[in-house]
Design a protein around this ligand. Structure first.
Ligand code: C5P
Length: 234
């Protein structure tokens, strides 16, 4: 596998072509951003911590029969992934009310959500990722009704696997965001599953162990990420 030219550079990851058009190299950088990129920093080890947790979680999902883009981890900060046709949706699963749900709606932070709530946003930074509903997804031709049904089903399956795994390690999975892509007519979980894309609370102390530490500026986010990685990766 040879890493060729840069295909795309996002806020925290860079994607490179390989000599195989079906495979991409994804590099997790040390960059961290919040609030639509208004707050940004470069923090040593952040890339390797998120690459480690993300590849671990993708592996865990695969073991549970869920298709992901992971082929294998290459080194500390890079993974080899299937080249998917990405769907510009952010599929968020919420088990506990927090973040934008608490900001936008009359619900108290920490309220358990049973069944979990699925929220789907349109992935478009220029429009600040507006929330969609099913009819908008179909009108914008982002997914068919069958695809949307399957997408939600997979999101809930992922939630069960991650929530149970984390619960055993004393961590509450508050919410997380997934992105999906298509290949050969199948849906795959793509992008990343890391502390940047989840809310994790310590079950005993309620302490945030995710990107909220950076968003709120309370504490050292890399220390929290190390703590999560050590508890998760076995
Ligand atoms: O901000 P909000 O409460 O809607 O985020 C819900 C979850 O989705 C959080 O875990 C957050 O980290 C994640 N998310 C993300 N990328 C976005 C928006 C939200 O990873 N662009």
């Amino acid at each position: 596998m040879k890493q060729l030219d840069l295909l795309y550079s996002g806020k925290a990851k860079s994607v490179y072509r390989t000599e195989n058009p079906g495979e991409l190299v994804i590099k997790f950088r040390d960059d961290i951003t919040a609030f639509d990129g208004q707050k940004k920093d470069t923090l040593a080890e952040k890339g390797s911590l998120n690459a480690g947790v993300s590849t671990f979680f993708f592996g865990l999902l695969e073991k549970n029969g869920i298709k992901t883009h992971l082929i294998r981890k290459i080194d500390d900060t890079t993974m080899l992934a299937r080249n998917l046709t990405m769907i510009p949706l952010e599929v968020i699963v919420r088990n506990i009310a927090a973040g934008s749900m608490v900001k936008n709606f009359p619900i108290v932070k920490g309220t358990p959500l049973d069944p979990p709530v699925i929220v789907i946003d349109f992935k478009d930074d220029t429009r600040h990722d507006p929330m969609l509903n099913d009819d908008l997804v179909f009108a914008l031709k982002l997914a068919t009704p069958e695809e949307l049904r399957e997408l939600k089903q997979i999101a809930l399956q992922v939630n069960r696997v991650l929530r149970d795994y984390l619960a055993e390690r004393g961590i509450d999975l508050v919410d997380f965001k997934l992105e999906f892509g298509k290949k050969d007519g199948h849906l795959f979980v793509g992008d990343e599953i890391s502390m940047d894309s989840m809310r994790l609370w310590d079950k005993k102390t309620g302490e945030s162990l995710d990107k909220d530490v950076y968003r709120t500026g309370q504490g050292d986010v890399i220390t929290s990420y190390h703590h999560v990685a050590a508890r998760i990766i076995t």
